[in-house]
Design a protein around this ligand. Structure first.
Ligand code: IDP
Ligand code: MG
Length: 156
């Protein structure tokens, strides 16, 4: 089982899209193991987007991400990182395929609704940045045996 960090960005929260986006992940079969609203500080945004410091869009990105509350989620599932990235779609709303979150709900390239970790290393780092000890829960989901085939050694 993998865990990944998802951020519903300020535009998703302001546009009232939190429920629809969370529903997509739930309907897919991903398990919500952490969720909280927060206002990202400039310091946290800088740590989270450290790889982009030199990019021309960096200042605008930090200002956008700190402008209004976000909803952060920890999602769990087999292959959760790649599944979430595929569900998010391409970075730019104008280019993201129909059927993806960015493709269906937005047209903007900078206001692109959602962040998702892009590798296991990023997921570990980002979950640690956004969730404190005890905020990610381990819980038994009643429908688990219908989401995965649990008859073997590993969920399939
Ligand atoms: P990703 O979110 O799909 O992984 P990255 O290339 O890692 O995309 O960029 C991080 C974030 O920076 C994007 O989600 C988007 O909000 C913003 N961003 C990336 N490229 C541009 C750009 O060219 N203009 C404005 N914002 C951008
Ligand atoms: Mg990225």
């Amino acid at each position: 089982m993998e865990q990944t960090l998802i951020i519903l960005k300020p535009d998703a929260v302001q546009r009232g899209l939190m429920g629809q986006i969370i529903s997509r992940f739930e309907q897919k079969g991903l398990k919500v193991v952490g969720a909280k609203m927060m206002q990202i500080t400039p310091e946290l945004a800088a740590e989270h987007y450290a790889a982009h410091t030199e990019k021309p869009f960096y200042a605008g990105l930090v200002s956008f991400m700190t402008s209004s509350p976000v909803l952060v989620l920890a999602l769990e599932g087999v292959g959760a990182i790649a599944i979430c990235r595929a569900m998010m779609g391409a970075t730019f709303g104008s280019q993201a395929a129909a059927g993806t979150i960015r493709g269906d709900y937005g047209v903007s390239n900078s206001f692109n609704l959602i962040h998702g970790s892009d590798s296991p290393e990023a997921a570990t780092k980002e979950l640690g940045l956004f969730f404190q000890e005890g905020e990610i829960l381990s819980w038994d989901r009643a429908m688990e045996g219908w989401v995965y085939d649990l008859s073997g050694d590993e969920p399939e």
